[in-house]
Design a protein around this ligand. Sequence first.
Ligand code: AMP
Length: 461
Amino acid sequence: MLRGLFGKKSVKKQASKKAGRKPDAAKSKATASKLDSRVKQSAASKPKTQLNKPLAKPKKVWTPDEYVVAPQEGKTRFHDLGLQDALLHAIADLNYEYCSEIQAASLPTTIDGHDFIGKAQTGTGKTAAFLITIINDLLVRPIPEDERFASEPRALILAPTRELAMQIDKDARSLTKHTKLSVYSVLGGIDYQKQRDYVRDHKIDILVATPGRLIDFLNSSDLYLDQLDFLVIDEADRMLDMGFIPDVKRILSRCPKVEARQTLLFSATFNQDVLNLCKRWTRNPIHIEIEAEQQTTERVDQKIFMVAADEKLEIICRYIEKNDVKKAIIFGNRRDETRRLEAVLKQKGVKAALLSGEVPQHKRIKTLDQFKSGQIEILVATDVAGRGIHVDGVSHVFNYNLPEDPEDYVHRIGRTGRANETGTSISFACEDDAFLLPELEQFIGMKLNCEYPDYLLDKNN
Ligand code: AMP
């Protein structure tokens, strides 16, 4: 069903004039700048050197002709989707050529306004899939400035972790860079007052949020969700695992009804609980599954190192040294272990850093930036902190322990082999966790290569 049929916008925009919401601070700034420009104009009216100034070159307008991608059978080009030029321009800047599988499967219907449920993990291009849907619609249906208010986003993207939310925020900014659309994030753990002031004073088109902080701002009436046109729930399975579902339900109760919004829901796995949520939160959705196995098996060389628990530290350090590993993530199951590992790596002169829940948010952001730029070479992470890491060029993922949940394995090794690169994953299996292997192999649908890396313990080697 097409969204246009609901005719929701004309109804909804009346509601935005509710009492208590602050008009946009930009308005008062706009008045001030109008005054400024009047002052400037009168000064400019005096003929000064202006007359001799060479005329500024007119800015070249970008056209889709500059985005050349040859049609290819079986592939969808972004040109073929009828997207707005400003959005297409940003996609061209990102050097995307063809739609990824989930983009090709979802965009033709989501652009038409259908709800969507996607089984897809990070690395499949799902973030761009939902962002392109939202941005294109916001550009096609602009709302007059005087009908827009602060505190009332038009699209909400809910993500379970701050890292993932920050990545979505970054992607949204890249894709809106040639538009006037505004993007903002409300994230737990940092900048409470700064975020609160911002959402109260600015018109926001796309809001990215983690559930807890968003609820704070809903309760304090700094944010309202009744003007939403889009709701995205990313990593719904993770939301369940992390106990966020009561929060998400509360958030949903503040959103327009399911028939008056477009809902896009993504999850890496679908159990009965996730399916129940899908039923309640979406309306006649299109359901697409992008299989995880394809992604993990095709581009990541997966190895299992059979070792004794007390050999792991030595082996990982030797491997890194011998193979000159410059960009890798080591996942551990426990914080104390990751802490110890980081300390030992540093002692050996490796540029390592820790990324776990116990590291303050500001530090985590800095660490991730340093990892992206190469100042930090080895990131030692726990699952929650490492889940949202989207860094291209990671050559290796090490599993210092096998994760208890096979889904975490898939998420972990998906940090490498991203964006059509190849990568290597090395998982240690020792006397404590080798029993997890059969279940893991069953989950990913393939047998894993097991090796005994004795050569790495040989000091003469
Ligand atoms: P995601 O699954 O959203 O985490 O995206 C994984 C990576 O793929 C990100 O680095 C994106 O920038 C990149 N990406 C998304 N869509 C495309 C595309 N159509 N072509 C090439 N890269 C893409």
